[in-house]
Ligand binder design. Structure first.
Ligand SMILES: NC(=O)c1ccc[n+]([C@@H]2O[C@H](COP(=O)([O-])OP(=O)(O)OC[C@H]3O[C@@H](n4cnc5c(N)ncnc54)[C@H](OP(=O)(O)O)[C@@H]3O)[C@@H](O)[C@H]2O)c1
Length: 280
């Protein structure tokens, strides 16, 4: 197979930088174009077959008019839930992504929550989530310091929309937190209330994710097991009437560029794990 000619807009950001690193090592990708306001343009946009948009909220729409007839993977929130765009959660929507022209990559919190809950879809009554993220989740401007921030509690965080839409559940409360002294990683602790008691929840998850190389059901959850990788780890626990699921991933990789590379691979009929397993 010939290498796919790739462009990146926002290549200097928290996501753009590792995206360039992964694509430079990817055996079937050739970076032919990069763009940011400060670094300007490099290469030829006309030659690029697919563009990764790694620009802040509200900005990616502004670039669409010059990307006509190209495939697009948008890492921002702008096109999630928009008509004509596929939701790029590969473990769940693999077949749709294979034929997609435009993919909206999920949010990092949403990825950790949706992967943890999707095997229980149709059984869920309500969800209570507490997610903790390293400070890199806040983009380039954020500085490392001793601080623990709780923000957009309840139903205020914008990623609630993609969570409720994909799961079809309205009763969702979400408490996002940011630890500014830690750089990367998200841990989501999720309490789920379901309609009827399910038996063998572990088996449900193992069966659901049996063909998903980046999902690991584990007994221990630690961000150091996932940071720098495209894995999402989860632990599933049952107490009398409660199910508790804890998931962990790297917000920048599995919650961002790693997932985008999975989508890129699927869109070009390439093995989904290419470029993501090995030295990562
Ligand atoms: N950080 C995460 O954990 C994470 C995870 C998943 C998804 N996302 C989403 O991915 C996108 C990129 O996130 P990020 O954390 O990489 O952001 P970032 O660190 O702020 O980087 C933004 C990039 O976009 C460029 N850019 C182009 N137009 C811009 C504009 N009008 N205003 C500001 N920057 C502009 C910036 O370079 P110039 O300043 O030179 O233009 C830079 O290369 C965001 O939409 C974010 O919500 C982030």
């Amino acid at each position: 197979m010939k290498k796919v000619k790739v462009g990146i807009i926002g290549h200097t950001g928290r996501l753009g930088t590792p995206l360039v690193e992964i694509l430079q090592k990817h055996p079937l990708a050739d970076i032919v174009y990069t763009e940011s306001r400060n670094k300007g343009f490099y290469g030829s946009l006309a030659k690029a077959e697919i563009i990764f948009l790694a620009v802040p909220y509200g900005e990616s729409t502004n670039y669409l008019s010059k990307l006509k007839r190209k495939k697009i993977i948008d890492l921002s929130i702008d096109h999630r839930n928009k008509k004509g765009w596929s939701y790029g959660l590969p473990e769940i929507f693999r077949n749709e992504i294979k034929n997609a022209k435009m993919v909206a990559n999920p949010g990092c919190y949403a990825t950790s929550i949706l992967l943890a809950l999707y095997p229980l879809k149709n059984e869920i009554k309500s969800i209570r989530i507490s997610s903790t993220s390293g400070m890199s989740g806040a983009g380039i401007a954020q500085k490392k310091e001793e601080n623990f921030l709780i923000y957009k509690e309840g139903d205020q965080h914008p990623q609630i929309q993609e969570i409720t839409k994909i799961l079809g559940v309205k009763d969702v409360l979400f408490i996002p937190q940011r630890i500014d002294s830690t750089e990367k990683g998200i841990v989501s602790t999720i309490f789920v209330n379901i309609n009827d008691k399910l038996s063998n929840i572990h088996d449900i998850y193992k069966e659901f994710y049996r063909n998903c190389r980046f999902i690991r059901i584990r007994d221990e959850i630690e961000t150091r097991h996932v940071v720098g990788t495209n894995f999402c780890d989860m632990k599933i626990m049952e107490f009398q009437n409660d199910i508790l699921i804890i998931s962990a991933l790297d917000n920048i990789i599995k919650g961002g560029v790693g997932q985008a590379i999975q989508n890129f691979n699927l869109m070009y009929g390439i093995d989904e794990v290419l470029g993501l397993i090995g030295d990562r």
